[in-house]
Design a protein around this ligand. Structure first.
Ligand SMILES: Cc1cc2nc3c(=O)[nH]c(=O)nc-3n(C[C@H](O)[C@H](O)[C@H](O)COP(=O)(O)O)c2cc1C
Length: 370
């Protein structure tokens, strides 16, 4: 075909394709992969904590925050009860599925399953240091095998259209506790070279965003809890990494607790991920939402409105057979730092254990002092 006729043909074909994507019954599904995700604030994946009930609760504090599931292994998705594992409420969007695994083919299939279920992003866990996870050859130990991670990322990218991201540490140390605690405070030139190599490989494999927990992980020496506290936070290393890879969106994670800390981190990175603080004091998400997206503090959500929202949710979920305590256990931090916080926590946790407890308990637990 002569060149002059090729261009209009291409344009027509492109238009047909886009029309095909913008119409039809599955329009919402097809548009999702084109949607921009605001990543300035996200809530970290936390095993046993950020299940669907927790995410629904957290969504009440901010429409914008990007929520992550707990880590789900590719094996569980491929061989387990997929519908139960991947189910989430439509209100949770934007929501990212975190996968654990190290087999590119399995991860690609699990990522596709996640996309089909409607998740907005697929994240690969390369930061979790628990022994159980290390023995399964996924989590932080994968940072020792960057080529494998790159293969995993490339395979997932090839199977989905939504973003594929990696959650990682600034490095990994193998060894016994006594030797490593002192050693891990140091970040040598060699450590930096390894970190750059890891990021180069995942970026070239198609990783859309790197989420960096600003600590090293110690494998085989510290418990998961210690691994979130003992290795010192090195925001400076993440800052330098961002400067070295300016075109790769980078999210900093670890130890961030306040609006001020978040604001200053946003001066040098693309987003901030909060974990424990968001769980224990979820109201920080409303404060961040107001500071970053709202016009003023009136944008903060009244706690009582959140209780009402959760009571309605609990009524729906209990009809499907869920236990009230599975929902209320994530809500204990609602009044954290406020008058009546302890009274509220006790009323909710003790009340939810009663055999006849119903959704009304949620509003009834509001502290009289608040
Ligand atoms: C109870 C708990 C479970 C966690 N589970 C995961 C997980 O499944 N995947 C993961 O990548 N990180 C996991 N993490 C680590 C968090 O995502 C986050 O990186 C870490 O808590 C540091 O952030 P923070 O200081 O804001 O809490 C977990 C943390 C906690 C406290």
């Amino acid at each position: 075909m002569p060149a002059a006729r090729v261009e209009p043909y291409r344009a027509l074909r492109a238009r047909r394709l886009s029309v095909q994507y913008l119409t039809g019954p599955t329009i919402a599904k097809k548009m999702r992969w084109m949607k921009h995700i605001d990543r300035r604030i996200s809530c970290a994946p936390m095993m046993d904590w950020t299940d669907k009930h927790c995410r629904y609760f957290l969504r009440g504090f901010s429409k914008h925050v990007l929520l992550y599931t707990e880590m789900i292994t590719s094996a569980a998705i491929l061989r387990g009860d997929r519908a139960r594992l991947l189910a989430f409420d439509a209100e949770e969007h934007p929501v990212a599925l975190q996968l654990g695994g190290s087999e590119p083919k399995d991860l690609a299939l699990a990522a596709k399953a996640g996309e089909d279920f409607g998740y907005d992003e697929i994240n690969l866990n390369c930061g979790c240091p628990s022994d159980r996870v290390s023995s399964g050859s996924f989590g932080a130990c994968l940072m020792l095998d960057p080529e494998r991670v790159a293969d995993c990322v490339a395979a997932m990218k090839a199977s989905v259209r939504i973003p594929v991201t990696v959650k990682m540490r600034i490095g990994v140390v193998e060894g016994r506790r006594r030797e490593t605690v002192a050693a891990i405070a140091q970040v040598s030139d060699e450590d930096i070279a390894e970190l750059h190599r890891f990021v180069t490989l995942i970026r070239d494999a198609g990783c859309d965003v790197a989420i960096v927990h600003a600590r090293k992980a110690v494998l085989g020496g510290l418990s998961p809890k210690e691994n979130r506290e003992v290795p010192p936070l090195r925001y400076d290393v993440v800052g330098a990494l961002k400067r070295a890879f300016p075109s790769l969106p980078m999210i900093v994670n670890g130890g961030l607790r306040t609006v001020d800390e978040t604001r200053s981190a946003l001066e040098w990175c693309d987003g901030v991920m909060l974990g424990r603080e968001a769980y224990h004091r979820p109201y920080v998400l409303a404060q961040l939402d107001a500071a970053l997206y709202g016009d003023n503090d009136e944008a903060l959500v009244p706690r009582e409105a959140l209780l009402e929202r959760m009571a309605r949710y609990a009524a729906r979920e209990m009809e499907k057979g869920e236990r009230l305590s599975s929902i209320t256990r994530h809500m204990l931090g609602l009044y954290s730092g406020e008058p009546g916080a302890r009274e509220y926590r006790r009323a909710l946790s003790e009340g939810a254990r009663a055999a006849d407890a119903g959704p009304g308990l949620i509003q009834a637990s509001a502290p009289a002092l608040a």
